[in-house]
Ligand binder design. Structure first.
Ligand code: ADP
Length: 595
């Protein structure tokens, strides 16, 4: 998955280009076909143009009649009219339409791919860089590849036709121009590699900038910015980033200037040589003025087009470096794969010697327990004890490193992933509110009128009912101002209630709530807990909470310390044991005077 390469071998470049062509062809064949036909037609136009101009000059040289010269000029005019009509229809209509359709389809393919990625993928910085790059730039890379290929076809066909004209006039000149183009190509390749390295270094700087930008521009940090000196750190980081970017850019411009100057000097000298050589031939009577004019025109065309070929090959090659990232992203295999077993109604959940590590260090160690239908389980422990990780394993957001988790006696890996997840309703600590209506937020799906009752009662059950009455558009109120200026921003507690309503709106057998009331005041927390108890009746529920007063009435309490299940039993049993749970409870009781 690592992708630290600065260069791609020719074979890899070819593979990458074929991969991207296949992807473009699969996504939008007409975008690719149209662009290649356009390249072909434009390429042929260059040769045809020269032939028509030479026909006019030859006719004048031969002293043909005015009528026959006008005839050729009319043919030339019709040819240009036909070409430019095609040109404008293609660029003004077909290209723009097919490109947009292609970009939209592609973006959706990426969204779908990213929604299926393993969560573990996000924990790997190399992968994350490729992922961010693909999501942001993949369509531009594809468009560039298609353009580069279309242009390559144009330049190859164009230079072949012009070379033929030039070669018939003077083979020496034809080879001189080719030689110069090859030297230019070598310099352009150096330049290309330097540009790529520069872009890579700058991307690292941009990532810092995006973070700092988010830091100042999103509501997430507004309070910290005002109440602490953290913005000084960020501004300091910004200055460092700006200085590094400035130095990099200055260096890049200097290097580019040197390469551009070398390429320019070689091109000028070669053109001067060719013109002098042909002028000599003209004075020696070896060619006519018409031949001289066409040769000079061919030289410039050919020189430009061969340089373009090298540029376009370099472009395809350079793109292939970026394509590699897109390919890595698209070829990333899901390690969390679905089984086929259909989950029955929940009966039991068992952890059998489960250990788990995100990377090297175990965060859950040899955990074993069994939960039966109808039980209310509280999971408690200090920060970092592994409580949230445990819920992620149940939902198969990660798979266990060792041991197994059994749902109704079968390993959860055997079950159909989507159906298994549908059996379990989970509210995570870091729940998110989407930029959509309240109803869609509750359903986490599209809303239809027949779901009104489900949404409203789920919101009542999560004690959001009173707030709902104050909203003019009720469950159709748009949340966040991301898409709608009159959207509503909810407070932390209110948002948490909407997130909890998601669980009530779905008829899950097993409910998992990770700190469900962390953003609520004690009264609201009390009301919510009462409602949760009422609604979770007959269901199996796992609660994670720091507030032991809210979990004491659970059937069983699991105490986690450093990834190990150290105590389990009812509140009374654990208090009697007088170990760390009892200590923790007493400290909290003293603090909040809840007993
Ligand atoms: P708790 O919910 O008990 O506070 P967590 O389950 O969130 O604890 O975290 C347990 C440990 O795993 C912590 O040390 C945490 O830093 C680490 N951890 C959590 N998520 C990740 C992750 N995505 N990658 C690496 N380590 C992680």
């Amino acid at each position: 998955m690592k992708n630290n390469k600065d260069k791609v071998k020719f074979s890899d470049s070819l593979k990458n280009t074929l991969y991207i062509l296949h992807l473009i062809f699969k996504t939008a064949p007409w975008y690719l076909i149209g662009r290649i036909i356009m390249g072909l037609v434009t390429g042929l136009k260059h040769g045809a143009e020269l032939l028509l101009i030479s026909a006019v000059l030859n006719a004048i040289d031969r002293g043909e009649s005015f009528e026959s010269i006008v005839k050729i000029i009319i043919i030339m005019a019709c040819f240009w009219l036909a070409y430019y009509t095609f040109f404008h229809l293609y660029w003004g209509q077909m290209n723009a339409r097919t490109r947009l359709r292609f970009q939209n389809k592609l973006q959706k393919t990426f969204f779908e791919k990213s929604s299926k990625l393993d969560l573990a993928s996000y924990d790997t910085p190399e992968f994350y860089n490729d992922f961010v790059y693909s999501m942001k730039h993949a369509d531009a890379v594809m468009v560039r590849t298609t353009d580069a290929l279309g242009d390559l076809v144009r330049s190859i066909v164009g230079s072949a036709s012009v070379f033929t004209v030039l070669f018939t006039l003077d083979p020496v000149i034809a080879f001189v121009v080719c030689g110069v183009a090859i030297v230019n190509m070598i310099f352009r390749r150096f330049k290309n590699h330097i540009n790529y390295k520069y872009n890579k270094l700058l991307t690292e700087q941009y990532r810092k900038e995006w973070y700092i930008d988010r830091f100042f521009n999103t509501p997430d940090f507004t309070k910290e910015i005002r109440l602490t000196d953290v913005s000084d750190n960020m501004l300091n980081e910004y200055d460092k980033k700006a200085e590094t970017s400035r130095k990099l850019t200055a260096k890049w411009y200097r290097t580019n200037l040197v390469f551009d100057a070398i390429i320019f000097i070689i091109s000028c000298l070669s053109e001067v040589f060719v013109i002098a050589y042909m002028a000599r031939n003209l004075f020696d009577g070896l060619i006519l003025v018409g031949g001289f004019a066409i040769t000079v025109s061919s030289i410039w065309k050919l020189n430009n087009m061969i340089s373009d070929i090298t540029d376009q090959i370099v472009n395809v090659n350079r793109n292939s470096l970026y394509v590699e990232k897109v390919r890595t992203f698209m070829n990333t295999k899901q390690t969390i794969v679905s089984g086929e077993r259909i989950p029955e109604s929940f009966e039991s959940l068992e952890f059998k010697n489960v250990s788990f590590a995100y990377k090297d260090e175990l965060v859950l160690k040899n955990v074993s327990f069994k939960i039966n239908k109808g039980e209310r389980i509280a999971i408690v422990g200090y920060n970092g004890a592994g409580k949230t990780t445990l819920t992620k394993l149940i939902m198969r957001l990660y798979d266990v490193t060792e041991g197994e988790i059994l749902y109704n006696g079968y390993n959860i890996k055997e079950y159909d992933l989507d159906l298994l997840r549908k059996k379990i309703g989970a509210v995570f600590q870091d729940y998110r509110i989407f930029a959509a209506s309240i109803a869609e937020n509750v359903l986490a799906d599209l809303y239809t009128d027949d779901k009104e009752e489900v949404v409203t009662s789920a919101l009542e059950n999560s004690t959001f009912g009173d707030r709902l009455k104050t909203l003019e558009k009720g469950i159709h109120t748009q949340l966040t101002r991301e898409f709608y200026e009159d959207g509503t921003d909810l407070s932390g507690g209110e948002a948490q209630k909407v997130a909890i309503a998601r669980v009530f709106a779905h008829n899950n057998d097993l409910i998992i709530m990770d700190e469900p009331s962390s953003a609520l005041d004690p009264m609201a927390e009390y009301e919510l807990n009462k409602s949760i108890s009422k609604n979770a009746k007959g269901k199996t529920a796992i609660f994670i909470s720091h507030r032991l007063s809210t979990t004491r009435h659970s059937d069983r309490i699991f105490m986690f310390e450093g990834g190990v299940l150290t105590e389990s039993g009812s509140h009374e049993e654990l208090m009697k044991n007088n170990k760390n749970y009892a200590k923790m409870f007493n400290i909290q009781a003293e603090k909040y005077q809840t007993v």
